[in-house]
Design a protein around this ligand. Structure first.
Ligand code: MG
Length: 268
């Protein structure tokens, strides 16, 4: 099933996408996550619909650094021995199609990171890797937008990862039953139509099941929580010369079988 969150009669609503039609439901986010049967209170074409990030406001965003073999190679870094965890504040969440905004007075090194975003459906506390994927509701496309100057200047990554609008998600949340193997998905990013990242989730060092099991030993993953699973090689900062996003740039992240997430950059 393909879920979207859409503006309907001035309010956010959850809808099921079938072909090019959105079936608007009356379900709340928690009812969606628990698998409540979806009703259909209205229909509208996908074209022209204002789509929102497909998650409500999650309890937390767990983000993983250095989780692709190719991304470690491009920066001559040894792969980490265990998942490297940081967070993006939930206020960073941005809608598909909405601008990524920043002030050049704060940062001039804004980068893109194509990521598979995992949405937790069922509480996970101290789960084994073998059962971890049972706790996934679905998958969406994420862009872990990063202010590199803040990230490296601070040592701690959270500020540079958490600027308002720096976590675009969506547009579609595909339920886990439609993605039997999350480690076989083509993932790419395009900046102004030029392919920058072009890899596969098979390059992940720690797969989705391992990440869920690992996190859940330390803290509870709650329904609706989002895990940003890391990015492959090709990000702007490690290019020669480096490429950073500029006012007016258009960045797209695409994951096969899930969708394309496009945002324009606006400095202010
Ligand atoms: Mg990242």
């Amino acid at each position: 099933m393909k879920w979207v969150r859409v503006e309907h009669e001035g309010m956010p609503a959850f809808g099921v996408l079938e072909d090019e039609t959105i079936h608007i439901t009356s379900l709340t986010w928690s009812e969606v996550l628990t698998g409540r049967q979806a009703d259909s209170v209205a229909e509208r074409p996908l074209a022209g619909a204002r789509l929102l990030a497909p998650v409500g406001r999650p309890g937390k965003i767990v983000a993983i650094g250095l989780n692709y073999w190719d991304h470690c190679r491009e920066q001559n870094k040894q792969p980490p021995e265990r998942p490297l965890i940081f967070t993006k504040f939930t206020t960073a969440i941005n809608n598909p199609g909405d601008p990524i905004r920043w002030s050049p007075a704060l940062t001039q090194k804004v980068d893109f990171e194509a990521e598979l975003a995992v949405v937790i459906g069922k509480e996970a506390r101290r789960v084994n890797e073998s059962e971890a994927l049972d706790h996934v509701f679905g998958y969406t496309v994420g862009n872990d937008v990063t202010a590199r100057d803040l990230q490296y200047g601070d040592k701690q990554w959270v500020r540079g990862k958490s600027l308002d609008t720096f976590c675009p998600l969506g547009p579609v949340l595909v339920t886990a039953d439609e993605i039997p193997d999350p480690q076989q998905l083509a993932i790419r990013s395009e900046l102004n139509g030029t392919v920058m990242q072009n890899s596969t989730t098979a390059e992940m060092i720690f797969n989705v099941a391992h990440l869920i099991a690992f996190c859940s030993q330390a803290f509870t993953l709650e329904p609706g929580d989002v895990i940003m699973t890391g990015t492959p090689d090709g990000v702007g900062v490690f290019r020669d010369p480096p490429v950073f996003m500029q006012d007016g740039d258009v960045i797209t992240v695409e994951i096969a079988g899930i969708g394309r997430l496009t945002n324009r950059c606006v400095t202010e």
